[in-house]
Design a protein around this ligand. Structure first.
Ligand code: DLL
Length: 436
């Protein structure tokens, strides 16, 4: 089986645009008639759903932001009565109330098919045994992925999070062939599998990793360590959850399903970026019933790739995510993305899989960037001068890419805390100082 929904996955561009326009009109009707936030918003701008006659008119519509979800906590953006809502999920930010999203039975169906599409795309089939090692709760990665596995008809192993050794025991005993978790947890699983000497006993062949940014180097590392093909999976609770974008077997960019979303990538002035030019991904949902969102600013930075994909799927492809607009650190006036740091570090043979960026404002209000880097065990020769050499090398490599000098702190393997879910790679201490 190559495609789950071939008609939609291989749809011609003009047919796709007709479908998008039809679905957009019905989405606008829905939000206009049922959601006070959009009623106010669109009325203020004197926009009526009938005004949208082509996808070009679309750019007149106002944006929706995460803060609008918070302001309407918990159910203020729901377009249907609560009798029709069969599930909610929530995602917690670093501050304030979580954002809550809801689903009708039909929303869950669409989401499950979207996930099944993704899994088939990377070669999963009904005979696979699929371990989902993420949190089953408000996080959409638990039930969202789970329902997709069941929809496809593979065997779901809902191992959840925690107890890494037990996770590996299950993987071995059940003959698990597909693994889904965050890439940072996958690295930890790989590290533990090596220490337990079980890698050769595993039957894994495919890894689907997502929910946080990761690098091409991390992919290589995971593929080698676990003998798998590793695929990037992107999604956000506001747009169902996982499944929105997924790599195909080309492993070169993520397909975003344009029958369900209108995709825009916008620059600093909110103008469309050309292919290859990084900008913020803005999504409009076309099929969601409980919480349709118009021009939602994801905060995620990527760029579109304009070549036709060899897999035959016609939907747009975007490059793996470079980070979030709000992850971008401005250090002494220079923009720094943690993904750039990761890319440099993962290429250095002495460096392990974990790093942490600490940014602080100490002397004379100047920002200082410290990067804690875990070294591989074998690098510790006991000779201080060897460490100093590595430190200088890491510092210079980073300087040449980031254009600012950072302080490198080499630490032993195991020093940086392992996480079962999304990892926290940046510790920004500057606010604390600003307040004091
Ligand atoms: O993380 C949904 C998900 C679950 C995706 C499992 C993939 C796998 P939220 O908790 O709402 O939903 O967080 C969404 O996570 O806006 C991105 O900033 C980030 N993110 C998700 N996937 C990727 C990825 C889930 N593949 C937020 N690469 C998004 C980079 C990602 N960032």
């Amino acid at each position: 089986m190559n495609y789950w929904q071939p008609k939609l996955e291989l749809i011609k561009r003009d047919e796709l645009e007709n479908l998008q326009l039809r679905r957009l009109k019905s989405t606008l009707e829905k939000v206009y008639n049922n959601i006070p936030f959009y009623q106010d918003n669109l009325k203020n701008l004197e926009i009526h759903s009938q005004d949208i006659q082509s996808l070009k008119d679309f750019s007149n519509l106002p944006f929706t932001r995460k803060v609008n979800l918070r302001e309407n906590y918990p159910f203020g953006l729901f377009a249907v009565p609560s009798e029709e809502v069969v599930r909610v999920h929530a995602s917690s930010g670093t501050t304030g109330k979580p954002t809550v999203v809801g689903y009708t039975k039909n929303d869950i169906d669409i989401w499950s098919d979207m996930m099944a599409r993704d899994f088939v795309m990377v070669g999963v089939n009904r005979s696979d045994i699929f371990q989902n090692a993420v949190n089953y709760g408000f996080f959409t990665g638990g039930l969202g992925i789970h329902f997709g596995i069941e929809r496809l008809g593979a065997m779901a192993v809902p191992s959840g999070v925690g107890n890494t050794e037990r996770q590996l025991e299950i993987m071995e005993d059940f003959g698990v062939t597909v693994l889904h978790c965050t890439p940072s947890y996958a690295l930890y699983l790989a590290e533990t599998a090596k220490a337990m000497n079980v890698v050769d006993k595993l039957k894994l062949k495919i890894g689907c990793f997502g929910a946080e940014p990761w690098s091409e180097e991390a992919r290589k590392e995971l593929e080698d360590a676990l003998n798998i093909k590793a695929y990037d999976s992107y999604g956000l609770s506001e747009m169902f959850g996982p499944g929105v974008g997924f790599e195909c077997q080309e492993q070169n960019g993520l397909h975003i399903w344009e029958d369900h979303f209108i995709v825009e990538i916008l620059d600093k002035n909110d103008e469309p970026c050309s292919p290859g030019e990084p900008g913020e991904l803005v999504l409009t949902s076309l099929t969601k019933e409980v919480m349709p969102l118009v021009r939602y600013r994801t905060g995620d930075i990527t760029f579109s790739m304009n070549d036709m994909c060899n897999c035959g799927r016609t939907s747009i492809k975007v490059h793996r995510f470079l980070g979030r607009a709000d992850d971008m650190l401005i250090v002494r006036g220079i923009n720094v993305f943690p993904s750039q740091i990761e890319e440099v570090l993962m290429k250095l043979p002495e460096v392990g899989d974990y790093f942490r960026v600490i940014i602080d404002r100490k002397r004379h209000g100047l920002d200082e960037l410290t990067i804690q880097v875990e070294l591989k065990d074998e690098v510790f020769t006991g000779e201080l001068q060897d460490l100093a050499k590595i430190q200088r090398n890491v510092e210079n490599k980073l300087k040449s890419i980031l254009n600012i000098r950072s302080r490198i702190e080499l630490v032993e393997k195991g020093t940086i805390p392992r996480t079962v879910g999304k990892s926290q790679k940046i510790i920004d201490k500057r606010d604390v100082y600003a307040k004091s």
